[in-house]
Design a protein around this ligand. Sequence first.
Ligand SMILES: Cc1cc2nc3c(=O)[nH]c(=O)nc-3n(C[C@H](O)[C@H](O)[C@H](O)COP(=O)(O)OP(=O)(O)OC[C@H]3O[C@@H](n4cnc5c(N)ncnc54)[C@H](O)[C@@H]3O)c2cc1C
Length: 571
Amino acid sequence: MLLDSAPALLCRQERERARGGAGRKRMDWNRKSIFSVRLLLVFIFSTAVWLLGRAQSIPAPDIEPKSASVIIVGAGISAIAAAKTLSDNGVKDFLILEATDRIGGRMRTEEFAGITIELGANWVEGVHGSQLNPIWKFAQDFKLRTFLSDFSNTTYNSYDNNGYIRPSVVNASFDILASGVNYASNLGTSLTTHHEEDVSILTAQRLFGSVPSTPLEMTLDWQNYDFEFAEPPRITSLKNTQPNPTFVNFGNDEYFVADPRGYTYIVQRLAEEFLTQQKGKIQDSRLQFHKVVRKIQYSQHGVRLVTEDGSIYTSKFAIVTVSLGVLQSNLIEFQPVLPFWKVEPLYKFDMAIYTKIFLKFRYKFWPTGEGTEFFLYASERRGYYPYWQHLENEYPGSNIIFVTVTDDESRRIEQQSDDETKAEIMVVLRHMFGSAIPEAEAILVPIWWKNRFFGGTYSNWPIGVDTHDFHKIQAPVGPLYFCGEHTSQLYNGYVHGAYLTGINTAEALLKCKKSGNCTYKASVLTSNEQRHEQKSSECAAFVKQEREQARVAWSNKLSTMQEELDHECKP
Ligand SMILES: Cc1cc2nc3c(=O)[nH]c(=O)nc-3n(C[C@H](O)[C@H](O)[C@H](O)COP(=O)(O)OP(=O)(O)OC[C@H]3O[C@@H](n4cnc5c(N)ncnc54)[C@H](O)[C@@H]3O)c2cc1C
């Protein structure tokens, strides 16, 4: 329409000019004005086109409050499991608000150098045990392409700064480590059985009488603990991780997913079972993308959520499925602030970081064939590019390998450029395979810690968090329910953990919704905490005051300790 009117406007100007009386200056002005009008029209037109395009890709803010019976924040596997459980039980008026443009969250499939890779979850962990891992069942039902991982082969594939390490040397260190692991597992069971206080895995290693100290021992130790929990034995709880319930209950086998449809396909298929589709794509107004929830206001009357684009939503209940990293950040403002009994355990729990860095080469220079998939690099610096995997079994001829780092190394790497990371990796690879190897053609370094929608990769159970604390992490606060991997007592950190919490939380909410039986909290809180909780739900100012009192109490505790120390240390 705007363009149609352009010729008419120009004609009018031409007509005016033809009427005469216009000097040269006037002529110039006319030319300029025609030019400016044209420019203006082009600008208006392109702005309109841009706005139209944007309006199609990003939904406009909903200024009018939208309401649903239950609003679910996030669209990872726990959220999809929760929504499906609600739907299966007749609650169809739910709304899922997801910050990004996709479902799956930390299950994240990408293309890299011509193949499909997983930046997030990669393995179905815990297979062929006494219980069936629900995720393994999906993998089977949906015929996902999976590969059994044999991690034991690393004994034959270890390197250090001088190149290959003989298997006999590796085996000697490995045997000591294996006895230590057994000891830690038995001690963990014993502490649980006798309701003893928790200790760290490192404490168990000291009690066993062997703390890994050589580059090789430290790397094998990293493979056993950090590769699973993404934090070192110094931090990780013994009681809550040794033995690991995932492997005890679901089995010791682990299957690597390498499917062109991605690991995310499981979430996609689950979503398709209850959300409407058009032309094979989920198109359901109950699933909204680009909706970054920034404020959650709650009371006994219900919930009001505000998203970054200014949209407002109301509901009777909400299920918050965002990661522990997000809950520990200030991305979402809760009004009133969450009670102290809830935030303290959330802050005590750990969000760990686990990063897989992918590299593409012109040709392969690493061993391939049976038993070569995983290899170790033993550095004096614990956790420095320690664990490698080639993708020759999954994608022959792809010439792609990836290295895994965790914790402080992940944090450090996220803060430097990809070129710097590539240069460091090339030095390591040259130590392992000699100086003649080619430069990497491409590198992919995923960012998890700095990503405000994740703040890390998955939770790890640290010392200092007991079962009672954990129940508070799981517990609802008024109409707000919480789920996600970090709320799974047995399987935190895993896809199956996240999935099961989605179902359990939705079931607890349904029970509360249908029968009014919302007693979950009572079993979790001490009577004193319940009294506080009662007051909290009545008065926002009380919560503020309670938080402030706790903060002051902690500062007082610290200054008393400091004074005692100063006193003791006086000459
Ligand atoms: C690198 C990596 C490797 C892993 N490896 C494995 C593995 O091999 N095997 C395994 O079993 N598990 C693994 N895991 C763990 C597994 O991926 C997670 O436990 C699981 O996917 C978590 O699902 P969730 O629903 O709890 O959370 P998420 O998947 O994080 O879902 C939460 C959703 O909330 C959204 N969100 C965040 N903030 C907001 C907001 N303010 N408003 C709206 N939406 C928001 C996020 O975008 C996200 O989509 C790995 C994870 C990572 C990252």
